[in-house]
Design a protein around this ligand. Structure first.
Ligand code: CMC
Length: 422
């Protein structure tokens, strides 16, 4: 493809074009400032590629999502979350021996250091589990400071984050921590640590295990979103894996990102408590003088159905039916979706339900409390963050991430002593 040409102050600059393996086109502006003195400005990075990556492909116009080339629909139908972790991090589907070894490692590294258990005592029982998760993941670097053992640290993080998440839930409900069991798979072990109590045996439901596996797979990666870009930003300074991922957890927490799944359920509950008049809330979402947004709708990249939302809508029906749960908020969600898909405001802006719209309804049917929803998203996203961190870490030409700015503050001014200031 021919170079791009950019004319600034009458002077023409040639800029190379980069073409991806799915024919996506980017103009490489990395030398533009050196040649012209000008930078490019892109508020919110809506049109800026921050890296080349071989991990996840999204075509937001067509509603396509693939991990390492495999369509999300096929992975959701056939894969285990552990396989998807391996696929994202190491770039290929594991063969039987590789999968068994990886799974074994995850099982062997599920305990957290007993000293770390004391950290939980210091948090108030009202602490949001995302605060605990990010603090504990950063703390892992104090226990595993050997940064050269990347593969082992990856295993530790994948396995121990699950234990930390379950313990943070136990802390919030005032129950004793339940240790992992080595004869349980990744998802079963999490459910066991979450829901088992010493007083009675806990029978792990295959429906819950299947639903959890699906939810984790659907959240596993989503290319350069806010939290992943945060992981890469922090990691670009050569900060260690645990510190970088802990920063990603914090970025995910926000209500415009992973925190939206908690907000969706709270919104649906609010509409229900207010008599179920969803049309009133649709009008509020369109009203620019109101700060109300339809949570779980819209996406920076998808201008078509989020393929994850399509899968989750079907799964919500199936899981609720299998568990015998009748949740009135599911009907409200479907009504909101129907209205939005036919309303010019949403149609013109290409606003569709995103992954967070139906996931919370499934988590709730599984008895997972609302403030754990974003933690569930984080557990799912872990392999994606790790894969993206590792891709950058392995790229010896990677530079520290350091965007520029256009300064719009005061011009140079003279210092004024305090007694002479207005
Ligand atoms: N309800 C009402 N209006 C909306 C919504 C919404 N949920 N989302 C976008 N809009 C409007 C927005 O006001 C703007 O209108 P206008 O052109 O008149 O100014 C237009 O649609 C374009 O939206 P934007 O805010 O410029 O889009 P963005 O790419 O900056 O933001 C978003 C994307 C996801 C932050 C936004 O759609 C949003 O806040 N949605 C609700 C929160 C949510 O569900 N977040 C989860 C995202 S998916 C999970 C993840 O990966 O994080």
């Amino acid at each position: 493809m021919e170079n791009a040409k950019l004319i600034l102050n009458g002077k023409e600059y040639e800029l190379p074009v980069v073409v991806g393996s799915e024919d996506e086109v980017g103009v490489d502006i990395s030398t533009f400032r050196a040649k012209s003195g000008a930078i490019t400005l892109d508020d919110g990075y809506g049109n800026t590629g921050s890296c080349k990556s071989a991990i996840t492909f999204i075509d937001g116009e067509k509603g396509i999502l693939r991990y390492r080339g495999y369509p999300i629909e096929e992975l959701a139908e056939n894969a285990s979350f552990v396989e998807v972790c391996y696929l994202l991090i190491y770039g290929k589907l594991p063969n039987q021996a590789e999968l068994a070894a990886f799974d074994h490692q995850l099982t062997r590294h599920s305990l957290i250091h007993e000293d770390m258990k004391k950290f939980f005592e210091g948090f108030p029982s009202s602490a949001h589990p995302m605060a605990i998760l990010s603090a504990m993941i950063a703390s892992l670097s104090a226990y595993y400071p050997d940064e050269n053992n990347v593969d082992l640290n990856i295993i530790r993080l994948l396995s121990k984050a699950r234990t930390i998440a379950a313990f943070s839930y136990k802390k919030s409900v005032g129950q004793p921590f339940v240790y992992p069991l080595n004869d349980l798979g990744y998802c079963e072990n999490f459910l066991h640590m979450l829901f088992a109590v010493p007083a009675e045996p806990y029978k792990i439901s295959p429906t819950l295990t299947k639903a959890l596996n699906l939810l984790l797979i659907l959240h596993a990666d989503h290319e350069q979103n806010c939290s992943t870009s945060t992981v890469r930003m922090v990691g670009s300074s050569q900060a260690n894996l645990f510190a970088s991922i802990s920063a990603g957890v914090c970025a995910l927490w926000g209500p415009l990102h992973g925190g939206a799944n908690q907000e969706v359920i709270e919104m649906l509950e609010h509409i229900r408590a207010d008599g179920g008049d969803y049309k009133k809330y649709m009008e509020m979402a369109k009203d620019k003088s109101s700060s109300f947004k339809l949570m779980g709708f819209g996406h920076r990249v998808y201008k078509n159905f989020d393929p994850r939302a399509k899968i989750l809508k079907k799964a919500a029906d199936a899981v609720l039916a299998e568990l015998g749960v009748a949740d009135p908020t599911l009907a409200i969600a479907k009504n909101l979706e129907d209205v939005a898909l036919n309303d010019p405001y949403f149609v013109d802006r290409k606003l569709y339900p995103n992954v967070d719209f139906y996931s919370g309804i499934i988590y709730r049917a599984m008895n997972i409390p609302t403030d754990m929803f974003t933690v569930m998203f984080a557990l799912g996203r872990l392999p994606g963050w790790i894969a993206q961190w590792k891709e950058m870490h392995d790229d010896k030409s990677a530079r520290i991430n350091r965007p520029r700015q256009i300064y719009i503050g005061a011009p140079k001014r003279e210092w004024v002593p305090v007694n002479k200031r207005a």
